[in-house]
Write a protein of this length. Structure first.
Length: 156
């Protein structure tokens, strides 16, 4: 029992180290996709409160898919609603597999984890709530093999 204080100290240091590695993270959330498939208009929304309009940000789309995903790429419609109501819409494509069919995401099992840059080194010019909506744009009525999609915002 005399060493229990040392164990608590080591555990505390590990948790502090892990927590400090992600200090640039402003927002990081994922939304689960229905197991039956992702419908084209079933967008996933992420509401982000921004109070720092001076910082520069990087935005990422997070995607987890299974080995059953039938394509080597994916297209998204990404809509950004600014706090003043202004809308901005993007269409983006990400490559999920190389020409030989090897998945680019991380993961040893059935699920592959990907993080793609969406916008790099941008300002979010207004304080308030930004709403990011991500929709699949693959022209499939029920896009199979997608586990979840998410948004991550980091300070540059």
């Amino acid at each position: 029992m005399r060493n229990s204080g040392g164990i608590y100290l080591i555990i505390s240091i590990v948790f502090l180290t892990i927590g400090s590695c992600d200090r640039n993270r402003v927002y990081d959330q994922n939304a689960r996709i229905d197991a039956g498939g992702w419908m084209p208009r079933d967008g996933k929304e992420f509401q982000v409160e921004i109070n720092d309009t001076i910082s520069i940000y990087n935005l990422y789309i997070h995607l987890r898919h299974t080995n059953d995903y039938p394509f080597s790429n994916i297209f998204f419609f990404v809509q950004t609603r600014f706090p003043d109501g202004q809308l901005y819409r993007d269409t983006v494509e990400y490559i999920l597999a190389d020409p030989s069919g090897k998945w680019s995401g991380k993961g040893l099992g059935k699920i592959k984890d990907n993080r793609f840059p969406f916008r790099k080194m941008i300002h979010l010019p207004r304080k308030g709530t930004y709403v990011f909506r991500i929709e699949q744009a693959m022209r499939e009525k029920q896009l199979k093999g997608i586990h979840d999609v998410g948004l991550r915002i980091e300070r540059y």
